[in-house]
Design a protein around this ligand. Structure first.
Ligand code: ATP
Ligand code: MG
Length: 571
């Protein structure tokens, strides 16, 4: 491609809402433009990178035995009503009506559509297993679209769905996808990690997220330094304490006046106790019903664990009204004694005694509280957020924390959709059975943005070779000097003929401008053709990542690029 003909508006300006480097660079490098909130157009350079990712995804999905389909984006409400998600999916589902007043949604994911297709077409065990995938546009009406294409509303996703006759088969299908994802993100040149994850609104029993490691990532993850354990913090388990210690203290409950003291820090300062000796009582509304969650003062509650424990759809902090109904006191003084709510407690409180807790009375706390003696806990469970000093739940090793960007997600769905939507087949004995499903997503645009988060410097993007829109740019420093342009054209035509994607910077611009643009758009190799070196029959080749410059003859450059590029792109 000749740069002079390319639709590539590069620049210095970044919109004020572009907080992340990847967002800024995708705008500056002319990869994409915002149409409206959370909705973006890809320009030629950006779309080339998208297609690179799609190609790698496609090759690895095909290699793993999945078959490509293309499903509709507009989906009838009836299917979503059948699965139960018309209600449960909430406001991320964009709903619409046609001229006949029939209801539809724009697909945020395709479990319903694929299950409908498969239940109509697959009838016997002989037709199983099947894995079908597509690369297609999704729409999710995200509450806060941000970070450019990282969290937008309209985005491209690869989604695959496996159908197996039984649990064992589903496990094999899951494994295949897990392995394919490892290959995909390795081939994309990314530093990533699969982590155990919560299943969220898609549902199902078991899942892993593929995280690209980046400090700017929205997800907090933890991993063990001694074993393979790695998990999203939402999911990261904490082991049940070995044995429940007997409630030891015989001291009697005491109500103490604590004027204006609400937070854990204030309680500790005022009563001269450590956070470990205080109990936090958090009142939640779980599907509208009050639930008190107790946790040790030094720990944070993990709302995902609470939601999973309760099995509720909606979990939010209780309103002032609800808190008053439950505790008979204003916010900030809740305790467990005498309240009108279910009480569940985190493992950290097992065996606790003589602790401090809100007195359900404004400006008062209780000391010497003994759970068990003074109130009844419905159950102790793992409800808190893991932290650095905690032991690994698998091996007891040391846990590290890090941040990541979720680029892919594999789920074992079990029979959630196949049961609700009656995806049945006849087994060997002619008996009707329910198919066992899995689903597997990769955000294409998010993968590109994540690659930039991980691969950039002060001058711009530094593409991993397999994702580079063009692996090579040829830059004659002055197109008005005939020998420079001629040599550039010669190398360009040679490489193009060999099937390489090459950019020829034939613009009548100063060398400095060209170099800056080449760095900004992140082209891995720049061949610079200048008068001095060319007078010796040589040109320079610069590695974008290392900055290393080699001086080679024209034929050496051609051989060098042919070798380097095919070598790095090899499967
Ligand atoms: P998140 O927790 O980030 O919202 P999710 O769990 O809702 O993601 P999935 O339903 O698992 O996402 O979707 C599969 C993949 O689609 C994700 O791993 C991610 O790469 C991509 N994806 C999801 N939501 C968005 C979005 N709003 N913008 C861009 N990509 C997205
Ligand atoms: Mg989401």
């Amino acid at each position: 491609m000749r740069y002079s003909e390319l639709f590539l508006p590069t620049g210095r300006e970044v919109p004020s809402d572009a907080e992340l480097v990847s967002h800024q660079l995708m705008i500056r490098a002319g990869m994409m433009r915002k149409l409206t909130s959370g909705i973006y157009s890809y320009l030629p350079l950006g779309y080339r990178v998208i297609r690179k990712v799609e190609q790698i995804v496609r090759e690895e999905m095909n290699r793993a035995g999945a078959q490509e389909v293309f499903l509709p984006m507009v989906q009838p409400a009836e299917l979503w009503q059948e699965s139960g998600r018309w209600i449960h999916y909430g406001k991320e589902l964009l709903r619409l009506r046609d001229r006949h007043d029939r209801e539809y949604c724009l697909g945020p994911t395709h479990e319903e559509v694929i299950t409908d297709l498969v239940r109509n077409e697959i009838k016997t065990y002989r037709q199983l297993p099947r894995n079908l995938y597509q690369i297609q546009t999704k729409f999710r009406d995200e509450i806060r679209p941000r970070f450019g294409v990282m969290r937008c509303r309209e985005f491209g996703m690869k989604d695959a769905y496996s159908f197996d006759p039984d649990e064992a088969g589903a496990e094999v299908s899951y494994r295949k996808m897990f392995d394919a994802y490892n290959r995909i993100f390795t081939r994309c040149g990314l530093n990533f990690r699969p982590v155990e994850a919560d299943s969220g609104s898609i549902g199902g029993s078991y899942s892993h997220e593929f995280m690209v490691m980046a400090d700017s990532g929205e997800d907090a993850i933890c991993f063990c330094n001694a074993c393979q354990y790695a998990a999203n913090m939402e999911k990261a388990e904490l082991a049940k304490p070995e044995a429940e210690l007997p409630a030891g203290s015989a001291l009697l409950l005491e109500e103490v006046h604590t004027p204006g003291v609400r937070t854990i820090e204030e309680v500790c300062g005022y009563l001269h106790v450590r956070p470990e000796e205080v109990v936090k009582t958090l009142i939640f509304a779980a599907d509208g019903e009050p639930v008190a969650v107790l946790i040790r003062g030094d720990r944070e509650v993990n709302e995902v664990k609470v939601r999973n424990y309760l099995g509720c759809d909606a979990l939010e902090f209780a309103s002032d009204d609800m808190i008053f109904k439950v505790t008979r006191s204003p916010r900030g003084f809740a305790g467990a004694i005498g309240i009108k709510a279910r009480i569940i407690a985190d493992y950290s409180l097992m065996g606790a005694s003589a602790v401090v807790m809100g007195a359900n009375r404004e400006d008062y706390h209780l000391t010497h509280v003994n759970p068990g003696r003074d109130f009844k806990v419905e159950n102790y469970a793992d409800l808190c957020v893991i932290r650095r000093s905690d032991p690994c739940p698998r091996c007891g090793g040391k846990i590290s924390l890090a941040r990541g960007i979720e680029v892919g997600h594999v789920f074992k769905l079990g029979t959630k959709y196949s049961k609700a939507m009656k995806a049945l087949y006849l087994d060997r004995n002619g008996r009707e059975q329910t198919m066992v499903m899995g689903c597997y997503g990769i955000g294409i645009g998010r993968t590109v943005a994540a690659a930039i988060e991980q691969n950039h410097d002060a001058d711009g993007i530094v593409w991993p070779l397999p994702l580079a829109p063009y692996p090579v740019i040829i830059t004659p420093v002055n197109v008005n000097e005939k020998p420079l342009l001629e040599t550039a054209e010669k190398i360009y035509l040679f490489l193009v003929e060999k099937g390489m994607e090459v950019l020829l910077d034939d613009r009548d611009e100063r060398a400095g401008v060209k170099f800056k643009d080449a760095d900004l758009i992140g082209i891995p190799f720049r061949v610079t053709i200048g008068p001095q070196k060319l007078s010796e029959g040589k040109v320079e080749i610069r590695d974008r990542r290392s900055g290393e410059v080699k001086t080679l003859t024209v034929s050496e450059v051609e051989a060098f690029l042919m070798e380097r590029i095919s070598e790095k792109c090899e499967v």
